[in-house]
Design a protein around this ligand. Structure first.
Ligand SMILES: NC(=O)c1ccc[n+]([C@@H]2O[C@H](COP(=O)([O-])OP(=O)(O)OC[C@H]3O[C@@H](n4cnc5c(N)ncnc54)[C@H](O)[C@@H]3O)[C@@H](O)[C@H]2O)c1
Length: 247
C-alpha cells in the first residue's frame, strides 16, 4: 500500500518541535513519507539525530535545530536556518512541552509550555507566510476535558487551546490554527504508566481498550495541517479512543 499524502505538495516544509521522540518524531517521519521536507527541533541532540537519520534513510530531506524552544534566540536562529535550508515553512507543529512530572514552578511551567508556543508561532508568522499556511498545537485532554493532579499542566494545556482560538479567530488571513488533544499515548514519557494502577484504571475506561500510538496522533495533526483540512480552523480534536466521553 502506498503511503497517503493528504494532498500535501511534495517539497513543502514543516517545522516539528519535540521531533526527537514520541508524537513529534511520528509527525516528522510521517510528514517526510508524505513528501514534506522537515525542520526537526529538539532539546536532545542524540535523539534528534536518530529522527533525522530515519528521515534520510527513507529518502527525505531534513534540517535539524537543537535547542530549547522556550529560548527566543534559539527560535529566531532555528527559523532562519530552516528557511535557508528548506525555503518557506508552510506548516508548523507546535508539539514540544514539558512532562507533567517535570519539577517546575507554576510560572516557569506556563512560560515554557505556553510562552514557547506563542513566541515560535509569532516569529514563524512575522516574516510573512505562504498561502495555505497552517499550525497545529499538541494540547491535551488534560486541562480541557480532564483535571490533572499537577496544576500547571492542566492550566498550560487549556491556555494553549485559548491561544489556538485567538489565532484561529484573528490570524486566519495568515494561517489556520487547530489543537490536537492526545489521550493516553504510548511514548517514552509514559513508559510504565499503562501497567500502573492509575494507568490500568484509565485503560479500563477507554472504549477502544488501548493507548494511542504516536502515529494515531501524528496522522490527526497532519490531516489538520493538510490541504484536505483547509476549512478546519479553531477546532479542539481529542484523539483519545473515546476515553473522555466515558468520564
Ligand atoms: N504521551 C501522552 O500521553 C500525551 C498526552 C497528551 C499530550 N501530550 C503532549 O504531547 C507532546 C509530546 O509528548 P510525547 O508524549 O511525545 O513526549 P516525549 O517525551 O516522548 O517527547 C517530547 C520531546 O520533546 C522534547 N522537548 C521537550 N521540551 C522541549 C523544549 N523546551 N524544547 C525543545 N524540545 C523539547 C524532548 O526532548 C522530547 O524529545 C507534549 O506537548 C505532551 O504534553 C502527550
Amino acid at each position: 500500500m502506498t503511503a497517503p499524502d493528504f494532498g500535501f505538495r511534495r517539497g513543502d516544509a514543516i517545522v516539528v518541535t519535540g521531533a526527537g521522540s514520541g508524537i513529534g518524531r511520528a509527525t516528522a517521519l510521517r510528514a517526510a513519507q508524505m513528501g514534506l521536507n522537515v525542520s526537526a527541533w529538539d532539546l536532545n541532540a542524540g535523539s534528534l539525530e536518530e529522527t533525522a537519520a530515519l528521515i534520510r534513510y527513507g529518502g527525505g530531506l531534513v534540517h535539524t535545530v537543537t535547542g530549547d524552544v522556550s529560548d527566543e534566540s534559539v527560535v529566531r536562529t532555528g527559523l532562519n536556518g530552516s528557511r535557508e535550508a528548506l525555503g518557506e515553512l508552510r506548516y508548523l507543529h507546535n508539539n514540544a512541552g514539558p512532562s507533567s512530572a517535570a519539577p517546575l514552578t507554576f510560572n516557569d511551567a506556563m512560560s515554557i509550555s505556553v510562552g514557547s508556543v506563542r513566541s515560535l508561532t509569532e516569529i514563524w508568522a512575522a516574516g510573512g507566510l505562504p498561502a495555505g499556511a497552517a499550525m497545529v498545537v499538541t494540547t491535551s485532554v488534560a486541562g480541557n476535558l480532564v483535571g490533572t493532579e499537577v496544576d500547571w499542566y492542566s492550566a498550560a494545556k487549556a491556555a494553549l487551546m485559548g491561544y489556538v482560538r485567538h489565532t484561529a479567530a484573528h490570524r486566519a488571513a495568515e494561517f489556520r490554527s487547530n489543537g490536537v488533544a492526545p489521550g493516553m499515548t504510548d511514548t517514552p514519557r509514559l513508559q510504565g504508566f499503562a501497567e500502573s494502577p492509575r494507568g490500568q484504571e484509565v485503560l479500563g475506561r477507554i472504549p477502544l481498550a488501548r493507548m494511542a500510538s504516536p502515529d494515531d496522533i501524528a496522522y490527526a495533526v497532519l490531516f489538520l495541517l493538510s490541504p484536505l483540512g483547509s476549512y478546519i480552523n479553531g477546532v479542539f480534536l481529542p484523539v483519545d479512543g473515546g476515553w473522555t466521553i466515558t468520564q
